[in-house]
Design a protein around this ligand. Sequence first.
Ligand code: FAD
Length: 305
Amino acid sequence: VFDVLVVGGGPAGASAAIYAARKGIKIGMVVETFGGQVLETLGIENVIGTPYVEGPQLMRQVEEHVNQYGVDVMKGQRAKAIRKSDWVEVDLENGAQLKAKTAILATGARWRAINVPGEKEFKNKGIAYCPHCDGPLFKGKEVVVIGGGNSGIEAAIDLAGLSKHIYVLEFLPELKADKVLQDKLAELPNVTVITNAATKEITGSTHVEALTYVDRLTNQEHTLNVEGVFILIGLMPNTEWLQDSVALSERGEILVDKQGATNVEGIFAAGDCTDSAYKQIIISMGSGATAALGAFDYSIRNSFP
Ligand code: FAD
């Protein structure tokens, strides 16, 4: 039986494990892939005190830090269910069951896929989800950004400094991004916004060569000859496995209070899988620390079999 069982090995889970382990209690970590989304990031410039670090390097350091505390890290394992009885019980996909006084859920999030023909085929062959990582690959090229929310418009503004021309495709009749971003976008000479556009397919031979969309007002198909497609249509929390166990928001995010507690006693959560307002590395690390202290407080105020 663990005192604290952390599910997830991104910044939130690692921070929770370290904070909890510093109380001298027994910590387990169930981790599908240690590092989380940060592994997909090349340059990180907003971890305070570290002006520049690459994602894989940062998470190697974080993993070493976790290992210094003797945390029992179960890598390559996916949690599939959680429930509260006398203990918090977590079922793994490999059939094992783990018991703990408290659990901290830190399963993060992933970028939403658009699910059109060509998306899987051309991933990393012209299709990207992160302008910070892959923007420079499209220097001087024509690209499409799918998504007119904040992340899509931020990406278009970012790419406009590098790429030849950017087409922003929004499914709805208008962009959803903050006005200040839309105003900034409108000033850029090399951006075309196309609303009411339903992406139909992405085509090419070895790399992306074109994107076809349907104008939802006229039903007409149009093809843009582009070499890159950035898909920025939202971040999905990795909480499908929690449907019936803890309270989730409409967007599937775990609802937490200011101690990081969920609606179920003894179960806490942190990071991008929660309803936190912003999804960033230091924010996830901060909420991991909060959840660990919350879980510790809970464990000293309750008795267990
Ligand atoms: P994640 O990093 O998503 O980690 C989730 C963890 O849970 C992973 O270990 C995963 O394997 C595990 N997991 C998921 N489901 C299960 C399960 N059922 N059982 C067991 N384990 C499971 N933020 C910044 O601050 N600066 C940046 O420059 C920056 N750039 C980014 C670039 C990209 C391309 C992306 C995708 C994100 C970027 N972010 C950046 C955001 C930042 O990466 C996230 O906010 C942060 O990683 C969230 O941490 P997390 O621990 O909550 O979740």
